[in-house]
Design a protein around this ligand. Structure first.
Ligand code: NAD
Length: 288
C-alpha cells in the first residue's frame, strides 16, 4: 500500500490561520510583530525564498521589511545595517538570507545579530542553548519537521531516527530536537560509508542533502517515516532527495517535494518571529 502523505502545505496553512488570529489580538494591544529580512546579491533561489517569506509575513499581518543589498556590499555596511536593526524596537526578528556572497563571512554576520532577534536560531548563543536543552529560537526547518511529525501523531520516543546531512541549518539542530524527544539518533553525511546500512534501520528517515533522489527504495525499511528536506531544481522541475514514487511503495508516511517541509519552514519562521515579539516585550534574550 502506498505511504500516507505528510501534507506540509495543509499543516502550514493551519499554523498561519492561528498566527493570523493571534496577530489580530496582539495588534489590538499595540504590538505588531516585525521581521527584517536581509538579502545580499542576486542568488535566484534566495530571491524566491525571500519573496515567499515576505508574502507569508503579509498574509499573517506582520510588519516586514526586506533589505535588498547589492552583491558587492561590504561586510562593514552589512554589519552596520544589522546593528541598526538590533536597535530598532519595531523589529523583533532579523533574518539574513544565506548563502552570502563569497567575500562576506556568514559566521561574523550571524554573530552580529542580537540573539533575542535571531529568528533563524543560527547564533552560537542559541545553538548552545538548544544543545543544552534550554529555551531558544529553534531553526525553522528542523522545528517544522518536528511539528509535522507531531501533527500526524507519529511517535518519536524510542525510535531510531536517521538524519542524512549534518548542516548547521538542518541536520545538526534536527538531531538535537529528535534526541530531546528521546529518539535514538544517527547522523550520516558525505563521508559515511555504506549509507544504506544505516538508512535501512531507520524508523524515521530524514534526507537533508541536496542530491536529487539519493534515497532509493532499497535504502528504506518497510513501514518507515520518510521526510524529504531536499530541494533540487532539475530541468523537469523541483525534486527532493528521495525517489518519491518508488519509496512511497515501502514507507508508511512520506513528505512530498514541493508541499512537504518547505511550507513548514516558512510557518516556523513566522512563529519564531511572533515568539520573539512576545519575549521582546519583557526584554532579555528568549527563554529568560
Ligand atoms: P548543506 O549543503 O549545507 O549540507 C548537505 C549535507 O549533506 C552535508 O552535511 C553533507 O555531508 C551531506 N551529504 C552530501 N552528500 C552526501 C551523500 N552522498 N551522502 C550522505 N550525505 C551527504 O545543505 P543544507 O543546507 O542542509 O540543505 C540540504 C538540502 O535541503 C538542500 O537541497 C537544501 O536546498 C534543502 N533545504 C530545504 C529547506 C526547506 O525548507 N525545505 C530548508 C533548508 C534546506
Amino acid at each position: 500500500m502506498a505511504a500516507k502523505i505528510l501534507d506540509g502545505k495543509k499543516v502550514a496553512e493551519e499554523i498561519k490561520t492561528s498566527l493570523k488570529e493571534e496577530v489580530t489580538r496582539l495588534k489590538a494591544r499595540g504590538l505588531t510583530p516585525g521581521l527584517a529580512v536581509v538579502l545580499v546579491g542576486e542568488d535566484p533561489a534566495s530571491k524566491v525564498y525571500v519573496k515567499q517569506k515576505e508574502k507569508a509575513c503579509e498574509e499573517v499581518g506582520f510588519a516586514s521589511q526586506v533589505y535588498r543589498l547589492p552583491e558587492d556590499t561590504s561586510e562593514e555596511s552589512l554589519l552596520q545595517l544589522i546593528n541598526e536593526l538590533n536597535d530598532d524596537r519595531a523589529v523583533h526578528g532579523i533574518l539574513v538570507q544565506l548563502p552570502l556572497p563569497g567575500h562576506l563571512d556568514a559566521n561574523q554576520v550571524i554573530q552580529a545579530i542580537n540573539p533575542a532577534k535571531d529568528v533563524d536560531g543560527f547564533h552560537p548563543f542559541n545553538v548552545g542553548r538548544l544543545a543544552a536543552g534550554l529555551a531558544a529560537p529553534v531553526p525553522c526547518t528542523p522545528r517544522g519537521i518536528i511539528h509535522l511529525l507531531e501533527a500526524y501523531n507519529i511517535p518519536i520516543a524510542g525510535r531510531h531516527a536517521v538524519v542524512v546531512g549534518r548542516s548547521n541549518i538542518v541536520g545538526k539542530p534536527l538531531a538535537q530536537l529528535l534526541l530531546a524527544r528521546d529518539a535514538t539518533v544517527t547522523v550520516c553525511h558525505s563521508k559515511t560509508g555504506n549509507l544504506t546500512s544505516f538508512t535501512r534501520t531507520a524508523d524515521i528517515l530524514v534526507a537533508a542533502v541536496g542530491r536529487p533522489r539519493l534515497i532509493t527504495r532499497d535504502m528504506v525499511k518497510l513501514g518507515a517515516v520518510v521526510v524529504d528536506v531536499g530541494i533540487n531544481r532539475l530541468p523537469e522541475g523541483m525534486v527532493g532527495d528521495v525517489d518519491f514514487e518508488a519509496v512511497r511503495e515501502v514507507a508508511d508516511y512520506i513528505t512530498p517535494v514541493p508541499g512537504g517541509v518547505g511550507p513548514l519552514t516558512i510557518a516556523m519562521l513566522l512563529r519564531n518571529t511572533l515568539e520573539a515579539a512576545l519575549a521582546g516585550q519583557g526584554g532579555g534574550p528568549p527563554g529568560e
